[in-house]
Design a protein around this ligand. Sequence first.
Ligand SMILES: N[C@@H]1[C@@H](O)[C@H](O)[C@@H](COP(=O)(O)O)O[C@@H]1O
Length: 323
Amino acid sequence: MRLIIRQDYDEASSYVAHYIRERIIQFAPTKNRPFVLGLPTGSTPIGVYRKLIEFYEAGKLSFKHVVTFNMDEYVGLPRNHPESYHTFMCSQLFDHIDIPKENVNLLDGNATDLDAECRRFEATIANLGGIELFFGGIGPDGHIAFNEPASSLTSRTRVKTLAYETIIANARFFDGDISKVPKLALTVGVATVMDAREVCILITGAHKSVALAKCIEEGVNHLWTVSAIQMHPKGLIVCDEDSTLELRVKTVKYFKSIEHVHQSLIGKENLGLQGEVLSEDSKRRRRSHISDEGWSEGAITGEGYIEEGYHSSSPPKRSRLRS
Ligand SMILES: N[C@@H]1[C@@H](O)[C@H](O)[C@@H](COP(=O)(O)O)O[C@@H]1O
């Protein structure tokens, strides 16, 4: 798993928006081979959506061949209610980009058969060959989508009763009135998110620092459902400085040092270890390694070696460098 730490909310959001843009462009989607993107709601992704709209307006990104799946939706809230996730997604993103309406998938919280609606959603994802990149946020209790504490880590899309903490947290969107917050939601499961080929979670603010620490420094735990990302082969968490408050200094330094090496390799991506110009094939293999989970198995930089995240001047015992 990679942890990218940025100074504040804006910088972290910008990082994620660039990441999504890059992935879509690299994928080169077409009508028959669309890029399938999972998306969250909440206040956290707003900065990312703003940036994606900017890319679209500047002609730097098109969503014509992007298919989206949203993580969750309240049960029983009219589709056009100002706080429905449907309304949120249209006003924050879909109304401002060139995504075809038929490419947008949101759970219907007013379906007469909610279980059938959840099965339909999973089947639609499967028919498209799965989700390429799932972008998500978390609640302060470490829940992902509406997978509240103690949700099964193998869960799929289903109806969920909201935790009292989540109802309180979301009351801010309902005039601060807990009684107005729906108590049920449809949500993708933890496994639905983890099945995506890449998962990118944005975590910002001091109020999420305990959840971030549980997710990074402790084991996979159903009480902090986002911690399932530890089992993902391509998991990325992007956070701001405030959210790192509960992390150990060593943990923060470790991930920052990995990123430092990563950056220096990207900057030197045309050169081999001895300064030789790399073949296209080597560059491609190196790029795929660079975009991988990290460098903890011992990677080499121009400045020296890094083993398990710490700089050293002697070579690692087991180098996994591929170019
Ligand atoms: N179901 C959503 C989650 O998907 C979201 O991650 C969370 C955090 O919201 P915010 O980004 O506003 O903190 O809110 C809700 O619970």
